[in-house]
Design a protein around this ligand. Structure first.
Ligand code: NOJ
Ligand code: CA
Length: 567
């Protein structure tokens, strides 16, 4: 059947590169899709993207200077991790003012210019809203800790100790105690993360109102939505019931507890519904940092009436830790039938880069192309992580004294922290990878010499070129934008194959997740294609091997092939 696959890889390759991605905004109406359903998102860690004033730390003007790069890549929306004033204990996830820009990153004028320059290129800007906690330097907390009767006392969670210790057995995510004793007023405050990140009391209506106002503030400045940080942790049991023990130890060597009384409380949904009502007034999207153990939990975040998060991240997909066709097939099927719009992520600033996690040390570049061919062709919205399109790899600290991330400082050597996945974007083979003329806040890995924007732009076989092609195809193919997902050959242990179909348009994706060549036999008759003609849209290997038998296609180790069916 596949004998008609023409060996036209290079031809398609060139035309794909030349095609300019048509961005999401131009495509929403035709298929009655929301803009965020057609969009490709791109996460930017602002400290590490581009340093415009050469102080070693990235900034907003740096991002603005790279918008053309992002547009040409095919990005429709950028999510910028926190760029608000912050003591930077957790690198911005400790916000001391929600309605300003940290001078380290620039000014509000710089921010406005970034939004308007992005808009000119049909790129939307998403901010990161740290809803669960503030910095201990936020004016609300400074007042809160000043006295038991202060105006903002009840904006945080203050309790008396018990039996000479903390109020209960809850643990912080960051390996430190979750309750911090404050001598001045003789009570403990609660911090799910670091002590410098006290939890807000979302049961106080004044807190909720203030936080809703923050979103209005940014929507009015043209922001197109928020990535909501740590939504699982917004509410705690008011009775402070101890969490029950669970087997094993955590990464800091502490005994485990099931966090049933301080995470994923049902009250979270009310808060999300309130945030959503405002988002809807501005055609904005809410993306959730949703750590769920199964699909039922993920489903809950869409809201019973689809009135909570439009885009809860499926982090179960993102944390599949080995290349396994059956495992990915299972995860995709689960989220595809969950009823909401799937959100795929394979890397972010909290997890080891996908290049390292999936790489086998020999075929890493091929595997990076394979993974891109997977999550950029599924039904749902992908969120890329800066540098993933280059095959950037982790550059982990080798000595404790080099660690910047508080998690790594507390957890060394068992938990080395997240610095490795947050290193500067690799723009060229110039000093510091062209990120800055000054020593950057984190060192770049030696692989920047080959894996950088300048070099990869010139190489039609680079990871970057594959990403560019994929995004161009994704924006131009109705079957990828709107089509259904159907698993093919679902007992194949090595090759993940699927059909994306929209009316008469259909695309077949074949992904060899093994390190040996694989032959695939396809029967597309049950899908309504009795004698299909297949045309190669993208192949990550030089020449798609023509079929040994009439109905067989062969893929090299880790090869990816995307073909279009025409009847
Ligand atoms: C999740 C963020 O992604 C992470 O970087 C941060 O440390 C915690 N939330 C606390 O805000
Ligand atoms: Ca700078």
């Amino acid at each position: 059947m596949l004998e008609k696959i023409a060996i036209i890889t290079m031809m398609i390759f060139c035309s794909s590169l030349a095609a300019s991605p048509s961005n999401a905004q131009q495509q929403t109406d035709a298929h009655a899709r929301q803009w965020w359903q057609n969009a490709v998102f791109y996460e930017i860690y602002p400290r590490s993207f581009a340093d415009s004033n050469n102080d070693g730390i990235g900034d907003l003007n740096g991002i603005t200077s790279k918008l053309d790069y992002l547009h040409e890549l095919g990005v429709d929306a950028i999510w910028i991790t926190p760029c608000f004033p912050s003591p930077q204990v957790d690198f911005g996830y400790d916000v001391s003012d929600y309605e300003a820009i940290d001078p380290m990153y620039g000014t509000m004028q710089d921010f406005d210019r970034l939004v308007s320059e992005a808009k000119k290129r049909n790129i939307r800007v998403i901010l990161d809203f740290v809803v669960n906690h503030t910095s201990d330097q936020h004016k609300w907390f400074l007042d809160s800790r000043s006295s038991k009767t202060s105006k903002y006392r009840d904006w945080y969670i203050w309790r008396d100790g018990k039996n000479g210790g903390p109020p209960n057995n809850w643990q912080s995510e960051f390996g430190v105690p979750a309750w911090t004793f404050d001598k001045k007023t003789g009570q403990y405050y609660y911090n799910y993360f670091y002590p410098q990140q006290p939890d807000l009391n979302w049961r106080n209506p004044a807190v909720k109102d203030a936080m809703l106002d923050v979103t209005r503030f940014w929507y009015k400045r043209g922001v197109a939505g928020f990535r909501l940080d740590a939504v699982d942790t917004l509410f705690e049991d008011p009775n402070l019931t101890d969490n029950p023990p669970s087997p094993g130890k955590d990464k800091f060597g502490r005994p485990n507890f099931a966090r049933i009384y301080n995470t994923k409380l049902p009250e979270v949904h009310g808060a999300l519904q309130d945030l959503r009502k405002i988002a809807d007034q501005y055609d904005a999207v809410l993306i959730g940092e949703t750590w769920t153990k199964d699909i039922t939990e993920l489903k809950n975040y869409y809201g019973e009436n689809s009135n909570e998060l439009q885009m809860p991240m499926d982090l179960m997909f993102g944390t599949v830790n080995k290349l396994s066709a059956p495992e990915f097939r299972r995860q995709i099927a689960a989220v595809d039938t969950a009823g909401g719009w799937p959100v795929f992520v394979i890397s972010n600033h909290d997890m080891v880069r996908s290049y390292n996690r999936y790489g086998d040390g020999v075929h890493n570049d091929e595997i990076a192309k394979l993974m891109a061919s997977l999550y950029l062709t599924l039904r749902g919205s992908p969120i890329m992580y800066y540098g993933e399109e280059l095959g950037m790899q982790n550059n982990d600290p080798k000595r404790k004294e080099d660690v910047k991330d508080p998690q790594g400082i507390t957890g060394w050597p068992g938990e080395i922290g997240r610095d490795g996945e947050r290193t500067p974007m690799q723009w060229s083979d110039a000093k510091n990878a062209g990120f800055s003329t000054t020593k950057p806040w984190l060192p770049v890995p030696p692989s920047y010499n080959t894996h950088n924007v300048a070099a990869e732009s010139k190489d039609p076989n680079s990871i970057l070129s594959v990403y560019r092609q994929l995004l161009a195809i994704r924006h131009n193919e109705p079957a990828l934008l709107n089509g259904s997902y159907t698993a093919l050959n679902d007992d194949d242990p090595n090759v993940l194959s699927y059909l994306r179909k929209d009316k008469n348009e259909a695309i077949v994706v074949l992904l060899n997740m093994s390190n040996s060549p694989q032959k695939i036999k396809l029967n597309l008759a049950p899908q309504g294609f009795a004698s299909p003609k297949l045309t190669v849209l993208l192949s990550t290997f030089q020449q798609p091997t023509s079929a040994a038998a009439a109905d067989t296609v062969e893929l090299p180790p880790f090869g990816a092939l995307i073909t279009k069916i025409t009847k």
